[in-house]
Design a protein around this ligand. Structure first.
Ligand code: SF4
Ligand code: SF4
Length: 308
């Protein structure tokens, strides 16, 4: 059985690599004891803002066996999204993860292929795929599986690749060989905390989501509080500041997923172009993009907020 677990784990990791994932790590599906007080504290302090979905499924978020009955293993996967080309520097900015096609669809397809492979090669295995899905604490699982450590900015981080990648999981009812966490290499660095323009990083690995530019520009449905005027450093959809300043991101390498390539027109748009954007251009540039989450009305609200 142990032999099989090891063999199956190797097979799954090799296939994950073939599908384009940059790494794959595996943990036993069990209650996330260390995360429980952290999640409770974060919710009790209202650090999730108006994102009510974060309050739901509290128990399921900490225990994958409640989410997927009879589950034995959590397979965590990383998919690189670091782009080879960026927006021009003097313009309103979009978080790099949203440059290309909506990652939910791209990754779901890859996870489906990995699940099909497991069924074909290993047998009658049941499981569920998750991509940036509220009930799963993906960073905690990835860290537990040795894929990186959680940096002070609360993103997963590796010495080799930095932090510009998506995290996804397969939770399966198959015993596998489990990986172990890696060491934290943040040391005495505080670059992310010092650079955050809204002081949203309120402690080591604790981001107050309700103060983060990503929350204001994507999740918030109402008007952005006027008290934040001048704080967003031209970010109109998400924010990469704490990751851009992280020394480990000097080692980021461009992805090779064609679906993540941006519309070239989007990369060259000036502030004036964005201020004059029509719904027609929005639909063309962000066809299949995660930016559609804010809708045209949300993006123009953000642009108007950034304008002098
Ligand atoms: S994403 Fe931006 S606003 Fe949010 S914590 Fe990082 S630097 Fe601060
Ligand atoms: S900027 Fe420094 S403190 Fe922040 S995550 Fe990177 S290494 Fe850690």
């Amino acid at each position: 059985m142990i032999q099989n677990s090891s063999k199956y784990s190797q097979l799954i990791k090799a296939e994950a690599k073939r599908l384009g994932f940059i790494s794959c790590g595996i943990s036993k599906a069990e209650f996330l004891e260390q995360e429980a007080p952290r999640l409770e504290n974060w919710l009790n302090n209202n650090m999730h803002g108006e994102t009510a979905y974060m309050e739901n499924h509290f128990d399921k978020r900490l225990d994958p066996t409640l989410l997927v009955p009879d589950s034995k293993s959590v397979i965590s996967l990383l998919l690189n999204y670091f782009p080879s080309e960026m927006q021009t520097s003097e313009t309103y900015k979009i978080s790099k993860y949203a440059y290309g096609a909506d990652y939910h669809f791209v990754i779901k397809e890859k996870l489906k292929q990995l699940m099909d492979f497991i069924s074909a090669e290993i047998g009658d295995v049941h499981g569920r795929a998750f991509v940036d899905s509220a009930p799963v604490l993906d960073k905690a699982w990835a860290a537990k599986s040795g894929l990186g450590w959680i940096g002070k900015h609360s993103n997963l981080l590796t010495k080799q690749l930095g932090s510009f990648y998506f995290i996804a999981e397969l939770i399966v009812d198959l015993d596998l060989e489990y990986d172990t966490p890696v060491t934290d290499h943040c040391g005495s660095c505080t670059a992310c905390i010092d650079a955050c323009p809204t002081n949203a990083i309120v402690g080591d690995k604790v981001v107050d989501g309700s103060k983060c530019i990503s929350y204001f520009t994507i999740e918030l449905k109402n008007e952005i509080p006027i008290s934040q005027k001048g704080n967003f450093k031209d970010w109109m959809f998400g924010c990469d500041i704490c990751q851009d300043v992280c020394p480990w991101n000097r080692f980021s390498k461009p992805h090779n997923e064609p679906l993540f390539n941006p519309n070239p027109e989007m990369l060259s748009m000036s502030k004036k172009d964005w201020e004059e954007i029509t719904e027609e251009v929005f639909q063309k540039i962000f066809k299949n993009s995660a930016v559609k989450r804010t809708k045209f009305s949300g993006l123009t609200r953000n642009i108007n907020f950034l304008k002098d």
